[in-house]
Design a protein around this ligand. Sequence first.
Ligand SMILES: [Zn+2]
Ligand SMILES: [Zn+2]
Length: 446
Amino acid sequence: LQATFNELWFLPLGGTGEIGMNMNLYGHGGQWLMVDCGITFDSPLVEGGERHDVVCADPRFIVANKAALAGIIITHAHEDHIGALPLLWQRFKVPVYTTPYTAEILRRKLARTNSKELVPIIEVEANQRYDIGEFNVEWLAITHSLPEPCALVIRTAAGTVFHTADWKIDPRPVTGEAFEARLFKQLAKQNITAMVCDSTNALREGHSLSESDCHKGLLDLIKGTTGRVVVGCFSSNIARLITLARIAQQTGRYMALLGHSLQNTVSAARLTGHWPEDLLLQDPRYMGYLPKDEVLVVATGSQGEEGAALSRLAMGTYRDLELEEGDRVIFSSIIIPGNENKIEKLLNALKGRNITYSLSENSPLPIHASGHPHKTELQQMYQWVQPHIAVPVHGEEAHLKANAEIARTSHVPMQLLGKNGDLYILAPDPAIRPSAVSTGRIALAQ
Ligand SMILES: [Zn+2]
Ligand SMILES: [Zn+2]
């Protein structure tokens, strides 16, 4: 299975028709290019099957064809895009292209699997172009919910793909540059064959909140708390952590990070210039000695993960800090479907100890902003880019269908709706060859 020089193919192995574990391939001129290599946590390999801690897409097709694999691009540092690479790279052994923050996160992961020295990482700055085998790839800075998110323009002799990766339109993203519409408007003049697009929030009306909108919501909540404040937050969301550190300054509190993954992402952000020098963090060991109204801790474990800092705080088993009545836990995050029971257990533990909590799902104030485009943003992007074909990815069937419908009403002439393992022929004659390769899921041990 190989595309010729007048063909351009797209072949998703993971993430299309399911949530998480993104793994995409582009085919042209006898070569393949991989875009992202992610994982999902606590999932079964087949519907209804036994759950595994770490799961990724079955890479067997591309492992069997690795001689034709020109390289791997990681679009950003979220686990559903980067997580499987340290564990699978040995099976591919090709160079990895990514931006500096993502590269730093990757190197730290590789160090844990003792493969840091082996993997050639080529660091790319936003708005640069690279030739990777038969593919000419341009990185376009976009906005999402972590540092250095990038979309890709993949040019070949047979056609050009605009691969959005994860994105939203955020005019005030707190960290990094504001969304720049100009970069995407100019694509209309470049005859984009296909736009391969994030479908996560295609069922949601309107426009996503800006990351900066969370400042007011979090500030109001924290100002109104006389006891300690604990915030549950995704450790990758550096912008949210910057917002919280600013609020700590404004409200006379000291901020500390509880949990290894938070400390790791902030140190990577510091090293790559994404953490403002004036925002100081305290050693978590001192937090137990401070007056209650001077404490703001950010903790890992907003999904109720057992053993994470937030669970231990709720159970009263965290060594350096004991919560009590009058303290408040703020979930500056969402409940990821599948984690309801674990989160319920965490909330019950807090209730049992009379600790107040706020969930973004029923907070009247904005305390969380999604990193994915709602309907209006998707419409806007289709109207700017004007691709010939829309290819919805990154979501379950309902999300993909909703995204395709938005493309149709935004005057994109063709939508290709498929799933993992389908071969999307983008050029010269667009079509889908269903189940062209066998895919599935494999369990990974970390
Ligand atoms: Zn993402
Ligand atoms: Zn994602």
